[in-house]
Ligand binder design. Structure first.
Ligand code: NAP
Length: 287
């Protein structure tokens, strides 16, 4: 272990950003505790780590199960005495228009993407506070600051995460703990394939949204096929945030398209911004 090596806890490492980040950070000499809720899915991570070199400890953690979180955090405390970096990555998306979504489907996505992050963060903060340092990186999304039709539940979960993270930034700064967000656009991971979820009524032809939702599905598929980026970019960004020694920017947007949308959202009058989104949605429907 080199002197810049950090003790890092990551959630959701069975695929996507979590897997790439765990493997990348392990290869650069960090002590990585890579967690996943289902250990039978660990082979891809094990393969990636052995390809790149380095070591990870793979532990079971479901962000909705407080006991599993406490077990992991106690184990790291016993072995290492502290946690330098927490990466709240676990999450999923659900497609569905509001009236097609059942209340439990909305609650379930909040349970993972919002309360799940709070569960893990609550368990880790006391260790960081004791050490008077730490970095918490929360995986938000472009959907954390832009609402799109058919993604309301996911957007709500990430929007809530953004508000929570901003408050936490101020609350934890006096203890030397830094909080930041990553707000990616579209990256090629299982979130758009095996792990994709839809509202139960999404495919119900009697729904008043049926036609729009089928078009939405096609647009998302096209967008992923044409424009989805390499998830390694997120692993590289996380590595650089960790290297920035406690002073990373609060909002980190990795891709140019999302940066542009964020600027439009910030600087265009609301009416113009809504008009632009409507125009783009209409334009994509003509393709
Ligand atoms: N890919 C993108 O374009 C994109 C864009 C913006 C934001 N994000 C965010 O980035 C994060 C990672 O997503 P990804 O794109 O890498 O997708 P992914 O490949 O589907 O990975 C998601 C990971 O989260 C895990 N997970 C889900 N629910 C969990 C729970 N209750 N407890 C623990 N782990 C759980 C999954 O585990 P299982 O294998 O067990 O399901 C999987 O390991 C998510 O928060 C997502 O919202 C992704």
């Amino acid at each position: 272990m080199n002197k810049n090596s950090k003790v890092i806890l990551i959630t959701g490492c069975s695929s996507g950003f979590g897997l790439r980040t765990a493997a990348r950070l392990a290869a650069t000499g960090h002590k990585v505790f890579a967690t996943m809720r289902d250990l039978s899915k660990k082979d891809d991570l094990v393969g990636e780590v052995s390809l790149r070199g380095g070591k990870t400890k793979i532990l079971k953690l479901d962000v909705t199960d407080v006991k599993s979180i406490e077990k992991v955090v106690s184990r790291i405390e016993e072995n290492e005495g502290h946690i330098d970096v927490l990466i709240n990555n676990a999450g999923y998306g659900i497609g569905g228009f509001f009236e097609d979504l059942e209340q439990e489907e909305i609650r379930a996505v909040m349970e993972t993407n919002f309360f799940g992050v709070q569960n893990v963060t609550r368990a880790v903060i006391p260790l960081m506070r004791k050490a008077k340092k730490g970095l918490i990186i929360n995986l938000s999304s472009i959907a954390g600051f832009c609402g799109f039709p058919g993604l309301g539940a996911y957007s709500a979960s990430k929007w809530a995460l953004e508000g929570f993270s901003e408050s936490l930034f101020f609350e934890l700064a006096p203890f030397g703990i830094h909080v930041c967000l990553i707000e990616p656009g579209t990256y090629k991971t299982k979130i758009f394939f095996e792990n994709r979820k839809y509202a139960k009524k999404f495919f119900n032809s009697q729904s008043p949204y049926y036609e729009t939702s089928q078009k939405f599905q096609k647009d998302v598929n096209d967008n992923v096929r044409i424009g989805a980026k390499d998830p390694e970019e997120i692993a590289i960004l996380i590595e650089s945030l960790i290297k920035s020694e406690g002073r990373p920017a609060f909002r980190n947007i990795p891709d140019q398209k999302t940066k542009l949308i964020s600027l439009l959202k910030r600087f265009l009058p609301v009416r113009c911004y809504f008009w632009t989104v409507r125009f783009l949605l209409h334009f994509s429907s003509k393709k």
